[in-house]
Design a protein around this ligand. Structure first.
Ligand SMILES: Nc1ncnc2c1ncn2[C@@H]1O[C@H](COP(=O)(O)OP(=O)(O)OP(=O)(O)O)[C@@H](O)[C@H]1O
Ligand SMILES: [Mg+2]
Length: 256
């Protein structure tokens, strides 16, 4: 198996319980490379918990496979080493370090210490590539702390790219972004999603409509509906769940 082998994420009967409360209750999901899958659902539906389970942060039962690998029960770092990465709603970059240094540290997690940036001449190819892909090339020497909210999210995505992540799980990446940043983020996800598997948790239905190739609706820890944006919007069960919520995805009270 090569590091760039295309792989499916396949989840079956996933369950996560916290002190008797079942946050994920038998969820099942299959996402393949080239798909830009959006995971939507009301607050508390279990979206973040599902990602926590896939990445080893939450103890779960059921099965989670990525390509040939069973993920459940593996520690976080071993799951990361299989090419699986996630972002959090609050970007977790090193604010005092430059964009370049952040990328170098991320890349360093996948290589030996003696190749750290200060001992090398020039910038490694994968870092140069990530700078270009994320649109951060001109900001490479800026402190991460002074970047815009959008740029920080892109940096975090870049930090996954330099680790050659093949499965990206992004938790509300465009929350708090300007309209233009959202658009740029969508284009970025399209670019990197061509040969990777991407799952995006999102509440912003304009963003979902524009960029999702498929949507899974989670409700009370279970998959309520799945399909294209149009299909899930037309699903009466989805409309029912979202009735009265602002930003209703099904447009229950509007036309599609
Ligand atoms: N560590 C925890 N301990 C106890 N309950 C938790 C824990 N983490 C999450 N929960 C509960 O599990 C349920 C699902 O939470 P989760 O964060 O996965 O929802 P979500 O779909 O991501 O919601 P949101 O859209 O608000 O981010 C919620 O009821 C939440 O309160
Ligand atoms: Mg969440």
């Amino acid at each position: 198996m090569t590091a760039t082998a295309l792989k499916d994420l396949e989840i079956t009967d996933l369950r996560v319980a916290f002190d008797g409360f079942t946050a994920v209750d038998g969820a099942a999901l299959r996402v393949g490379p080239g798909d830009l899958r959006f995971l939507i659902g009301p607050n508390g539906a279990g979206k973040t918990t599902l990602v926590d389970a896939v990445t080893g942060l939450a103890k779960a039962t059921g099965t989670v496979r990525f390509g040939p690998h069973d993920l459940l029960g593996r520690p976080v770092h071993r799951i990361a080493r299989l090419g699986i990465g996630r972002t959090f709603q609050t970007a977790t970059v090193f604010e005092n370090l430059s964009v370049l240094a952040n990328l170098d540290i991320a890349a360093g997690a996948a290589r030996r210490p003696h190749t750290l940036l200060r001992r090398r001449r020039g910038v490694p190819e994968e870092i140069e590539h990530a700078l270009e892909t994320t649109g951060l090339a001109a900001a490479r020497d800026r402190q991460a702390g002074v970047l815009s909210h959008g740029q920080k999210q892109w940096l975090e995505i870049g930090m996954l790219l330099v680790q050659n992540v093949q499965l990206l799980l992004l938790d509300e990446p465009v929350a708090g972004m300007s309209h233009e940043e959202r658009e740029q983020t969508g284009q970025l996800l399209r670019r990197i999603g061509q040969d990777r598997t991407i799952v995006v948790i999102e509440h912003d239905m304009d963003f979902v409509r524009t960029f999702a190739t498929s949507v899974t609706v989670l409700h009370a820890g279970r998959v309520l509906s799945e399909g294209t944006v149009a299909q899930v919007r037309a699903d009466p069960r989805v409309q029912e769940v979202y009735l009265g919520e602002t930003g209703a995805p099904a447009g229950a009270d509007r036309e599609a």
